[in-house]
Design a protein around this ligand. Sequence first.
Ligand SMILES: [Zn+2]
Length: 155
Amino acid sequence: MARLKCVCGVGLSNTNAPSDNILYVFTKAEVNNAINDDVEISLYDFETSINREHEYWYCQDCKRVMVVERKPCGRLIDSYSSCSSCEVVSEQALTEFYVFSDIDIYNAEEEDINLSLSVFIHQYGEEHLRFITSDKKNVYKKTQDNILKLIYTKE
Ligand SMILES: [Zn+2]
């Protein structure tokens, strides 16, 4: 059980399970490495085994994403505010990652606890794929026209 006060002032908690305030973030490289090591690895085994330094919190009110140290009373490391603009950037400088809500993961595992990571990513990966700059300042999403759209920026 944990609580976090958002930058906007709203109190967030993860006491509900699954929580709509908790996000899971995996880099595409982490996912690919796990599948390369074990093509059958389940989503559950993957997401419970991965060693995370940070928690990712989402505020429904202001749509901010906050990066917090993963320990009791963890410190806020970064916060990202939602924005919307189209900007063409070079993909080479970006790291690809997936972001899923706690509810997305819960629902997938509820349906099939043995669901493999590769099937899950094949099914849902594309719409949850994001791109982050190496300075971790800007987060992009690909539009249907294959344009990278700025969706979050570090405050
Ligand atoms: Zn907020």
